[in-house]
Design a protein around this ligand. Structure first.
Ligand code: UGA
Length: 446
């Protein structure tokens, strides 16, 4: 293998595509990022990242000489050494992954390439998809060139995507030929990271296996947390005690309001679906999915036991995004709870440091929706946690943003009309809240 720079095209400029593309440019390759969205391309040409992600714009700037953004896939693909596919594979109603975008790109590749080229599937796809993509490209190929498909799943988390890519614990490459393996080795050699080279199908499976294991870990802790409450144990202490065992590991043991985001919910359902297709019931993953579904509305249900009604109550909601450090709302617990609260007639005052703009698109401000499509209640967006808490009857914490963690326990007591707090992220010490006169409910702690 050599470390000469390669000409790389990346299809799709979402989290996966854009971050991978920018990081490959940072490691010396010439990268063309392709997207069908003109607006996105234009703002990237102006040096602006279409997604909220730490360090990304800085790297876009540093590597601007090696980065091109375009909607013109023909010129991007025709002479590329490798084309990465990083388009979305959204969940379909039956839980399976929608491969329409992948197929569109595959067809464009088949119709445009003019020299031998490696197509690298980075999107999370069901096991066996790489085989299908390779066949699909063959079927539509226009010129007499050789195309191979390789699997190269990514493990970046939103909010830390750049660091997760440049300092990845491992790079997984799944190939069915030495040539394909060599090309991927040449691309990743400058990263100086451990590379695990396996078959295409194993690589596809590793991605789901890793994500679903993490989802299982979280659901296991949430399941235990609920039991801890019943038997008088404290899930945080339990997690601390477990984490010292390196076979268990101390990370991803945080109980709370359930996992959200674009990956765990989708990837658990997709693997379960794949198993079903093969006549197998993947019982462990199924359990993780079920626990998570209930976990997301656990605190709401607890609050329903405590209050006669939400009708006319001022409800402070702190945190809308599925986790801190991102403006992404996909599968966020707030999306499960807010409609329930609105249906019960709550008057919601919601605060989130970056998620409001996206949330407002789904739930327009009170009064602006004459048909009250959102139910009986109302929703307003405010600029600080304090503003949300002012005069509130009850507070829900859905995301552990630093700005929210910084709210002192005495602030709840001072600002709320009745200091009743349901914390889905266990951000406060139970005693501290109680000592400050707050009626405090969290997850897995007495
Ligand atoms: C996840 C994985 O962490 C990445 O490794 C993977 O590459 C990515 O999916 C993907 O498939 O693209 P992400 O969804 O961005 O990344 O976010 P995480 O930080 O993993 O958090 C997922 C959810 O789990 C969040 O809602 C978070 O609040 C929740 N979580 C996480 C817990 O409830 N408890 C924990 O201990 C950890």
């Amino acid at each position: 293998t050599t470390s000469r720079p390669l000409n790389i095209a990346v299809a799709g400029t979402g989290y996966v595509g854009l971050v991978s593309g920018v990081c490959m440019a940072h490691r010396g390759h010439n990268v063309t990022c392709v997207d069908i969205d003109e607006r996105k391309i234009t703002i990237m040409q102006d040096g602006i990242s279409p997604i909220y992600e730490q360090d990304l714009e800085e790297l876009m700037y540093l590597n601007r000489d090696r980065l091109t953004y375009t909607t013109d896939y023909i010129s991007a693909y025709k002479n590329a050494d490798a084309i990465f596919i990083g388009v979305g594979t959204p969940e379909q109603p039956d839980g399976s992954a929608d491969l329409t975008y992948i197929a569109t790109v595959a067809r464009q590749i088949a119709e445009t390439i003019e020299k031998n080229c490696l197509v690298v599937v980075k999107s999370t796809v069901p096991v066996g998809t790489n085989d299908k993509v390779e066949q699909f490209i063959q079927d539509f190929l226009v010129n007499d060139v050789k195309v191979e498909v390789a699997s190269n799943p990514e493990f970046l988390a939103q909010g830390t995507a750049v660091r997760d890519t440049l300092e990845a614990a491992r790079i997984i490459i799944g190939t069915n030929s030495i040539e394909a393996e060599d090309t991927l080795m040449a691309i990743y050699e400058p990263f100086g990271l451990p590379i695990v080279s396996v078959s295409r199908r194993s690589a596809e499976m590793i991605k789901y296996a890793a994500n679903d294991f993490l989802a299982l870990k979280i659901s296991y802790m949430n399941d235990l947390a609920n039991l801890c409450e019943l038997v008088g144990a404290d899930i945080e202490d339990v997690a601390r005690g477990m984490g010292y065992d390196s076979r268990i590991g101390s990370k991803f043991l945080n109980a709370g309001i359930g996992y959200g985001g674009s990956c765990f919910p989708k990837d658990t359902k997709a693997l379960e679906y794949l198993a079903t297709l093969h006549g197998y019931e993947l019982r462990t993953v199924k359990a993780a999915i079920n626990v998570n579904k209930d976990q997301k509305i656990l605190l709401y249900k607890k609050a329903c036991q405590r209050l006669i009604t939400f009708n006319g109550l001022k409800v402070a909601v702190l945190g809308l995004t599925f986790k801190p450090g991102t403006d992404d709302l996909r599968e966020a617990p707030s999306l499960d709870n807010i409609p329930l609260l609105l249906a019960q007639g709550a008057d919601i005052y919601a605060y989130d440091p970056v998620g409001i703009e996206n949330f407002r698109k789904k739930y327009p401000e009170a009064g602006l929706d004459p048909e009250r499509k959102n139910g009986k209640g109302s929703i307003r967006y405010v600029m600080s946690a304090e503003e949300a808490l002012d005069g509130a009857n009850v507070c829900f914490i859905f995301t552990e943003w630093g700005e929210i963690k910084a709210v002192m326990p005495e602030t709840y007591k001072r600002l709320m009309r009745t200091p009743l707090v349901y914390d889905g992220r266990n951000i406060y010490a139970v005693n501290e809240m109680r000592d400050n006169g707050v009626e405090y409910y969290s997850v897995g702690r007495k």
